[in-house]
Design a protein around this ligand. Structure first.
Ligand SMILES: [Zn+2]
Length: 309
């Protein structure tokens, strides 16, 4: 019997080394994507499933106002691509993060920084030089992700930018964008059919967060629960809203998941049982059913339909 030369024995350690090397190279090369809001993280994950994607905010945080924490600076420092809303939504915190991260790939003008609001036409821009107070949104309403048609435009721009910062992934980004587009167009048709009874529904809402959704579905916002943009409802303002809508109350009072509904609960009580207080997610959440972009639109439409009945 000749001993089996060690070279020809099952080289488990070589396989392990090879696997490790692949693993290491894979994670070292994985595209790192920073997003300011969860909706863009969800979109990037669909277009670039191998990328390491992290969102600076979650659904229970107000994206207009967050703290520039060290963990966020570290996230942005290593990012190959940053996807944010823009139109001044993050004006209070993103510039500071960019400055502290010191990452040239995601500075203004670099291909690694994409603002979704720059890819679409915004509603409600303010006249130049007009006087306003509170959260301004002077460039127009930035909350455009709640229009699925505009989201489709942003998806094309994100895919193009992924390709620009990661040319090796070109074929995959193009194929996944095409798949997303055909799936999303079919969903839009289904949503529009399902939501047809919402046309003409009257709501009062806090802030302009859902303005694109209302416009898409033909819902009419008859009052803003904010005394000024970005300022939480005050008793005095809610009293005025009550006087204004008492004759023909809206079907629902809508606040975002990150807003405190307590002030608005008072208004709901005053208006009586025909009025529903809806606290809706304004972005993709961590738990089902709104934990994907499609799930978010499904959920919003079902909640509004339930309030309509
Ligand atoms: Zn806003």
């Amino acid at each position: 019997m000749h001993p089996i030369p060690s070279e020809t024995r099952s080289p488990w350690w070589r396989a392990a080394l090879a696997a490790c090397a692949l693993c290491g190279a894979g994670s070292a090369q994985a595209l790192s994507v920073f997003t300011c809001e969860p909706e863009w993280a969800a979109l990037v994950r669909q277009l670039a499933p191998a990328a390491e994607v992290r969102s600076a905010t979650h659904a229970r945080q107000d994206p207009h106002h967050i703290e520039a924490r060290p963990s966020l600076i570290a996230m942005l420092r290593k990012a190959d691509l940053a996807v944010c809303t823009g139109a001044e939504l993050e004006a209070g915190w993103l510039p500071m993060l960019q400055q502290r991260a010191g990452n040239p790939r995601v500075q203004k003008g670099a291909p690694g920084l994409l603002f979704a609001a720059e890819q679409v036409a915004l509603i409600d821009p303010r006249a130049p030089g007009s006087v306003f107070e509170g959260d301004v949104h002077a460039a127009g309403n930035p909350h455009a992700h709640l229009d699925p048609h505009r989201l489709l435009q942003v998806a094309a721009a994100v895919a193009a930018r992924l390709e620009q910062v990661d040319p090796a992934g070109r074929d995959g980004y193009r194929a996944r964008l095409a798949a997303f587009q055909s799936d999303w167009r079919a969903r839009i048709a289904q949503w529009e059919q399902r939501a047809a009874p919402l046309r003409g529904m009257r709501v009062a809402a806090q802030h302009s967060t859902f303005a694109y959704l209302w416009r898409w579905l033909g819902i009419v916002q008859v009052a803003d629960l904010e005394p000024k943009p970005g300022v939480p409802p005050t008793p005095g303002h809610l009293q005025k809203v009550l006087e204004g809508v008492r004759g023909t109350p809206p079907r629902a009072l809508v606040v975002s998941a990150y807003q405190d509904p307590r002030g608005v609960e008072w208004l709901a009580q005053q208006l009586g049982s025909g009025v529903t207080l809806l606290q809706l997610p304004s972005t993709v959440t961590e738990e089902a059913p709104a934990d994907t972009l499609a799930g978010l639109f499904d959920h919003l439409i079902e909640r509004l339909l339930a309030a309509r009945r």
